[in-house]
Ligand binder design. Structure first.
Ligand code: AHR
Length: 499
């Protein structure tokens, strides 16, 4: 049998995990807000119209932070339309998704919803059709204590206390020609820096995320990041990255190897951050907010047929299969392996729109990708160990020779747990996993969670929600000082060891 050997050392650490890498995203798009988290007419609705069944699944995921209100949507968003008495809120044309936005759910409802979900808010300001003044107005509305135009307006709207939103995104994907108000790197660098400066002058406790590249192969990649960082280094705290993958060619070997691309993308952005740091002789380190990542492609063709200017269409409703869950697992492992520099990340998105959770009028269920996200978010806590993976390889069209196994080990010293996340991408063979535990001599195997399905294209549906789900593995053993486990061909694995 093929073998993967893992080498760790308790003192060789990548970094502390910031729990916010398990964040997510709710955009005013399709049925994410309406019918996803908010549906007052539903039998599942609570007194505020929030769907209780969705909230339960979000709480199960322990999502620490949720980005809002977009996405492309934010580049045309007028926040003041979304607050105050609902009957007075206007409907508006949403150019990003060619729909009509009713504003029946808005900024204050989102803050209330995140409280119920035990999450924090990551709020984006509109730097597409708007600029400094509106960014300041929404910040004043959300965070200023009182006695000013917008803080008093918030109080009139029933929110005496400020929302105290700490994390703010300076626009969305401003490098993308599809973005309303798309800008050159120089234009965006000036606007983001001046907006950020003014926002921090109003509230020194906030942290700011500037737009990086919308994907790893954007034609402006590299120069974009360098230009933004050179201009705004002292104001900006994080640079964003966005990355989606698809299997349009039905080439699963290449598809599953996309974590190689994500790893390279993160490494490249870190290098650019540190290049600018070095050039400026700065003590400050800029970290990464990977605030949109996922698989996205299943819905591309069907979405071209959608009628325009309606409300809450079934847009971006990717139905995820088993191989998508494997890549999501590998992407999570890659994010963890960069825990020293990736400090926030948002699976895009959370409900109905390219999401781990789906809803209908009759219920809510977990897509295949829910499970690796759940396991990482709830068990991947503590310190990432520098995990050397001596893996057999396979060859694929897109990347050439790639490792069969992606793996990362997390040392959770608070819980006295060692947690291994691993994906076996080998199409034919099981692989024996072996790791020396000499420094963790008193640890025992608590569980081995395995997710495998014979059909890479298997999906979960409302009628059959448990087609793809994790199970307990058997056979994991510690022989002497060596942990030995079989990773089944094409599987997501979590091995938990405890003192
Ligand atoms: O998440 C869907 C869309 O993908 C977002 O609105 C945009 O930022 C990205 O292109």
């Amino acid at each position: 049998m093929k073998k993967v050997q893992i080498v760790i050392d308790q003192d060789f650490k990548v970094g502390e995990i910031d729990q916010r890498i398990y964040g997510s995203f709710i955009e005013h798009l399709g049925r994410a807000v309406y019918e996803g988290i908010y549906q007052p007419e539903s039998p599942f609705a609570d007194e505020q119209g929030f769907r209780k069944d969705t909230l339960e699944l979000v709480k199960e995921l322990q999502v620490p932070i949720v980005r809002y209100p977009g996405g492309n949507f934010v580049s045309g968003f007028c926040w003041e339309d979304s607050v105050g008495p609902k009957e007075e809120r206007p409907s508006r044309v949403d150019l990003a998704w060619s729909v009509v936005e009713t504003n029946q759910f808005g900024l204050n409802e989102f803050c209330d919803w995140t409280k119920k979900a035990n999450s924090d808010v990551m709020m984006a300001v509109n730097l597409g059709t708007r600029g400094i003044a509106d960014a300041l107005n929404v910040l004043e509305y959300c965070n200023f204590k009182g006695g000013t135009k917008y803080s008093e307006l918030r109080k009139q709207h029933g929110y005496e206390e400020p929302h105290k939103i700490r994390t703010w995104c300076l626009g969305n994907e401003m490098d993308g020609p599809w973005q309303t108000g798309h800008k050159s790197a120089e234009e965006y660098a000036r606007l983001a820096t001046e907006t950020g400066k003014a926002m921090k002058a109003m509230d020194a406790d906030i942290e700011l995320v500037a737009c990086g590249s919308s994907h790893s192969h954007m034609p402006t990649f590299g120069d974009w990041e360098a230009t933004i960082l050179e201009e705004g280094y002292d104001v900006i705290d994080y640079i964003s990255m966005h990355q989606y993958y698809g299997n349009q060619e039905n080439d699963s070997k290449s598809f599953l190897a996309n974590s190689v691309d994500l790893d390279q993308f993160i490494t490249n952005v870190v290098a650019i951050c540190d290049y600018v740091k070095g050039k400026k002789h700065s003590d400050k380190t800029i970290n990464i907010s990977l605030d949109e990542w996922n698989v996205w492609y299943h819905s591309n063709e069907q979405d071209k047929l959608l009628e325009k200017w309606v409300q809450k269409p079934h847009q971006l409703e990717d139905i995820y299969n088993f191989e998508d869950a494997l890549l999501v697992g590998s992407m999570l492992i890659t994010i963890l392996r960069h825990a020293d520099r990736v400090k926030m990340a948002c699976m895009a998105q959370l409900v109905n729109v390219i999401a781990p959770i789906m809803t209908s009028d009759t219920g809510a269920w977990r897509q295949t990708i829910f499970y690796p996200y759940l396991h990482a978010a709830t068990m991947g806590k503590g310190t990432v160990l520098n995990t050397l993976v001596k893996s057999p390889t396979y060859t694929c069209e897109k990347f050439g020779e790639v490792p069969c196994v992606d793996c990362v080990v997390v040392d959770n010293d608070k819980e006295n747990e060692l947690v291994v996340f691993a994906v076996n991408k080998d199409m034919e063979e099981d692989i024996t996993f072996s790791m020396d535990l000499r420094q963790f001599a008193s640890y025992e195997i608590k569980e081995h969670i395995v997710m495998h399905h014979d059909d890479l294209k298997a999906v979960n549906t409302e009628a059959n929600p448990d087609e793809v789900k994790p199970a307990q593995g058997t056979g994991a053993a510690i022989d002497g000082t060596s942990l030995n486990v079989v990773l089944p061909s094409l599987s997501w694995n979590v091995i938990r060891l405890a003192k």
